[in-house]
Design a binder for this molecule. Sequence first.
Ligand code: XMP
Length: 316
Amino acid sequence: DWNAEHIVDELIEGVRAQVGDGRVLLAISGGVDSSTLGLLLSRAIGDRLTAVFIDHGLLRLGEREQVEAALRPLGVNLVTVDASEEFLGALEGVSDPEEKRKIIGREFIRAFEREARKYGPFDFLAQGTLYPDVIESAGGEGAANIKSHHNVGGLPEDLQFKLVEPFRTLFKDEVREIARLLGLPDAIRMRHPFPGPGLAIRCLGAITREKLDILKRVDDIFISGLREFGLYDGCSQALAVLTPIQSVGVMGDERTYSYTTALRAVTTDDFMTAEWARLPYDFLATMSNRIVNQVHEINRVVYDITGKPPATIEWE
Ligand code: XMP
């Protein structure tokens, strides 16, 4: 019999026992795991926790503000850092997907390290590792690799901390239950997964600020639309992609030559295989209209009807 309140008390006691009067550093991604961990640690050790949220400029519209608004009022000692100049600078002209991932991973460690020195010294590094991650790493599955930069590996010798991983025995659903008890807003608690490299792997090819800006607006229309029409929770993940394709269209009396965006929504149990979500045509029509009306850089909207395999969920 799984009793969330009891588990929360136990986790808090466990953290206090491990940490003593030490100081703990945590990287917040804006996802449910690290946000919930921030709340739990804050309950357990107050301001001896420093939670760091690095905004790499590849986040969704309003995401940093959303995380701040969710965690600060609940007492989490949260530092947010705008590192977008560095990330976007390092990504300039880079079009290979794996190269993009590597650069983002490297920049993340660099930025995190800088914050660790600024607010340190710390005795512990907290991570929202879940039971399936533990199994995955042990098995050496490829997916563990994909998330490697989230693990903040590769820190220098003098920044090697002891790990605090209170969720090591928990499943995602259990973390969501704990999140509910700790008061995490549903928008974050029930959020679809969002990849560490963020919109970088959805803005195909070389990234520019202009393209990112277009993608953020398209993504916001699509995700808000899914919520508005009550379709969000029925999808496991949904996203918009900005393709490098420009094609001819017409707007009023004028010929346009603008970008194509692809919308993608999937259902899956494990993200290893997935089906494309059978979203209602009327909903897709509404999304298409809103996107071309509100985002003038887009004149064509397509819906991705490919499963995984053979396609992946992300386009890069
Ligand atoms: P794919 O595209 O491989 O995605 O079918 C499967 C799941 O993994 C996420 N994903 C990533 N997550 N860093 C992450 O943290 C990455 O580089 C990355 N690539 C893919 C993807 O969003 C989906 O949930």
